[in-house]
Design a protein around this ligand. Structure first.
Ligand code: ITT
Length: 212
């Protein structure tokens, strides 16, 4: 059976992408399945540049068609921050992280630290704190790359709600559903999320690659 590598080290993304891509007639594999330990430096100036970098690096290392996702949360009252830097959004280093882990590429900050830092930066600013998630998917195959994009609109709320998902989900509220992203079950998140929209837009490319 043909294989597609889900080129991410983020377990939350893997779980969602496995479900979103199950309609394809391919075997979905992860870096962990291949014992592939690859940290790609995300120094691009756009989501597309970073997604391409990740997809190409994993395709080269594995020899498989590789799908990478670069995503982020853009908050209007923070002039679009943290955006491209969402995974690395962190308090100044004079403050000590709750996690106690000072090592690693992310400086030891946890998702919970990042949410708290965002709320601290929003304190005093007029609500609603409108925001959107963006995802760019890059698919690398035969030395080429194809892109697909998706967004999801909502607002940041000042208290955490829900335990599902990952990252900023507990403070990202979707007015139409009257729930935060972390209160949604995966089936619902995978109907409406930025990643779901990007994955849907990537399906024609993937079908062409795998089904001709
Ligand atoms: P890979 O690069 O290995 O895929 P990553 O977590 O570093 O994993 P990104 O560089 O694309 O991925 O960073 C995206 C960050 O944006 C992610 O770490 C979260 O903080 C946030 N994010 C993206 N999608 C999200 C979602 O669906 N829910 C909550 N937060 C999300």
């Amino acid at each position: 059976m043909k294989k597609l590598l889900i080129a991410t080290n983020n377990k939350g993304k893997v779980k969602e992408l496995r479900d979103l891509l199950k309609v394809l007639n391919v075997q979905l594999v992860t870096p962990a399945d291949l014992n592939l330990n690859l940290e790609v430096e995300e120094d691009g100036e756009t989501y597309a540049e970073n997604a391409e970098k990740k997809a190409r690096a994993f395709a080269q290392a594995s020899g498989l068609v590789s799908l990478a996702d670069d995503s982020g949360l853009e908050v209007d009252a923070l002039d679009g921050a943290p955006g491209l830097h969402s995974a690395r959004y962190a308090p100044p280093l004079t403050l000590s992280p709750n996690s106690g882990n000072l090592g690693g590429a992310r400086g030891g900050w946890t998702d919970s630290d990042r949410r708290a830092y965002m709320l601290e930066n929003l304190r005093g600013k007029p609500r609603p704190w409108t925001a959107h998630f963006h995802a760019t998917i890059a698919v690398a195959f035969d030395g080429k790359v194809e892109f697909a994009e998706g967004d999801c609109y909502g607002e940041i709320i000042p208290e955490e709600r829900g335990n599902n998902g990952f990252g900023y989900d507990p403070i990202f509220f979707i007015p139409e559903l009257n729930q935060t992203m972390a209160e949604l079950d995966m089936e619902t998140k995978n109907r409406i999320s930025h990643r779901a929209n990007a994955a849907r837009n990537a399906l024609p490319v993937l079908k062409k690659i795998f089904e001709g």
